[in-house]
Design a protein around this ligand. Structure first.
Ligand SMILES: [Zn+2]
Length: 440
């Protein structure tokens, strides 16, 4: 089953298994069903009236003590992180997780049963592009308990994790890219582990009726207790990575970035997922196609092309929004993935070349100069560019506002303009351009 990384995927057919739930100790059966594009992952409580569903989204996160609980209204699903981790890492974007209890089967405390289930169901591509969250700038969250998660830009989804127990016992480190093959081989079978100190109060309150050495590793002092021996010498850090993937799946998008995690846990993982969801909401609000007014005395594309000799794919101005006084101009250019320069710059990680931004500044500055000269019988030549700085990457989907201000005009033949480009209220590039005019 080949995965096309750009497309959404669902399971090929319904598949299920049953087991014990961790908290109540009762039998639960779980079925994975295919779901249409843009559906995302939803839990369905088959045991309740009207069979309510809960979106696996960060907005529905209720508690993060020991495990991750989602809820909508009065309906809850507990301990969702292992099944979500497997779905996310095995490239399933859309599915219904149907259960007849409030918790998935705990299995052996790892994500292995869910990987087996997904493979039984198969994974199939759907005809819609997948949604990504591209990390553009470093982000981080920190907790009072010393947990730290840093997210850095990267072309792939990677996790570098350091885990440490009480008094730094069982300190372990692992860094890996997360792909379906790597997850299946290196991460999925790592089991839940608990410290005996944390376990005792739960046992007394009878909160883990389904818990046993068959579905968790118990650490008591230096001793590691489990039914079968450790599956990896560093099984604990692998399980921490498994949980990070499951908790970040609540963002609802594929993450392209590098997670650097120090002593992670569900609480701090969830906090990072919230920060990503907030940033995504901000970006969506900024990039929603808005009709940009042409403004008083602005120019539409036709008028721009009457002045500028440039044509597709080299015309870097969609419209002039307006002029301010005699020597200022603001224009706009929508950057789409169809721009020819994205093909080679860079494959798999499209970034608008800086020189194209300078070209856009030059074209906008010439529009201003032509307006001042009130003639199109002369041609402006771009002579020099000084103090050019590229501050942030410009990506497909961005709307770039190009500002130019005439700072010097020596006679009729030479002119200097100060220019900058803005995306999402931040300056992405700037420079000072010089032009000379010659008769056509
Ligand atoms: Zn876990």
């Amino acid at each position: 089953m080949a995965i096309t990384p750009e497309l959404q995927h669902t399971v090929g057919k319904t598949a299920g298994f049953s087991g014990t739930s961790l908290h109540t100790g009762e039998k639960v059966s779980l079925k994975l069903h295919p779901a249409p594009v843009d559906h995302g992952i939803k839990f369905k409580r088959k045991d309740l009236q009207d069979e309510p569903t809960i979106d696996a989204k960060i907005d529905n996160l209720k508690t993060v003590e020991r495990a991750t609980t989602l809820g909508e209204g009065a309906v809850r699903v507990h301990t969702v992180e292992h099944v979500l981790s497997a779905l996310s890492a095995m490239d399933v974007d859309n599915a219904i997780i149907e259960m007849d209890a409030n918790e998935p089967p705990i299995g052996d405390g790892s994500a292995q049963p869910y990987v087996d289930l997904i493979k039984k169901a198969g994974v199939t591509a759907q005809e819609q592009p997948r949604k990504f969250f591209d990390v553009r700038e470093p982000m981080h969250v920190e907790s009072k308990t010393g947990a730290l998660l840093v997210l850095l830009p990267d072309d792939t989804f990677r996790i570098s994790c350091t885990q440490a127990g009480p008094n730094n016992r069982f300190a372990q480190f692992l860094s890996t890219e997360i792909t379906p093959a790597i997850f299946e081989r290196e991460i999925a079978s790592a089991r839940t582990f608990v410290y005996y100190e944390d376990l005792q109060p739960l046992m007394e309150k009878n909160l883990i009726k389904g818990g046993s050495l068959e579905n968790a590793i118990v650490v008591r002092g230096e001793a590691v207790l489990s039914k079968e021996p450790l599956r990896f010498a560093d099984e604990f850090v692998r399980h921490k990575i498994l949980d990070i993937i499951g908790d970040l799946a609540l963002v609802g998008r594929r993450i392209r970035g590098h997670v650097v995690a120090v002593k992670p846990g569900h609480a701090v993982n969830a906090e990072l997922a919230r920060a990503l969801a907030r940033e995504q909401a901000r970006r969506s609000a900024m990039s929603t196609p808005r009709p940009v007014p042409i403004g008083d005395g602005g120019l539409d594309t036709d008028e721009v092309m009457k002045i500028l000799p440039h044509r597709y794919p080299f015309l870097m101005v969609d419209r002039v929004i307006g002029f301010e006084g005699e020597n200022k101009i603001v224009a706009v250019k929508s950057i789409t993935i169809n721009e020819p320069f994205f093909q080679g710059h860079f494959p798999g990680h499209p970034v608008m070349p800086g020189v194209m931004q300078v070209e856009a500044m030059a074209q906008v500055a010439s529009l201003l100069l032509f307006k001042l000269a009130k003639t199109t019988s002369r041609i402006g030549y771009f002579m020099s560019a000084d103090s050019v700085k590229f501050r942030k990457p410009v990506l497909p989907g961005d709307t770039m506002f190009i500002h130019a201000e005439l700072t010097k005009s020596r006679g009729e033949r030479l002119a200097k303009a100060k220019c900058h480009c803005v995306v999402n209220d931040a300056v992405v590039s700037e420079g000072e351009l010089m032009f000379t005019f010659l008769d056509k």
